[in-house]
Design a protein around this ligand. Structure first.
Ligand code: SF4
Ligand code: SF4
Length: 89
């Protein structure tokens, strides 16, 4: 069951694990996640964190364990790849 709106928890997406499969995007009933292209790959992005209920459906749906629910302020929420450092040539 979903938690009330304004949950203290929200998903942190690890771009090192995210394959861009899109399962978390489909799992979010509120459509808060999307796939964003970064160079040749796509990564999941939480684009409206204030509406996130912290229900964890997205984390449960991820087969690559790329999503962790964290309390707000406990750690920076990654932006789905934009913060990733450029790979070495
Ligand atoms: S976070 Fe997980 S479920 Fe979502 S696109 Fe990335 S690998 Fe797929
Ligand atoms: S925790 Fe729930 S509401 Fe928040 S992004 Fe994931 S599926 Fe959507």
């Amino acid at each position: 069951m979903a938690e009330p709106r304004g949950s203290e928890r929200r998903p942190e997406i690890d771009p090192q694990r995210c394959t861009g499969c899109g399962r978390c995007v489909a799992a979010c009933d509120l459509h808060l996640l999307s796939l964003e292209p970064v160079r040749w790959q796509k990564f999941a992005l939480l684009h409206d964190p204030d509406r996130c209920t912290g229900c964890s459906d997205c984390a449960v749906s991820c087969p690559f364990h790329a999503i962790t629910l964290r309390r707000r302020g406990a750690a920076p929420v990654l932006d789905g790849g934009a913060a990733r450092t450029s790979p070495s040539p």
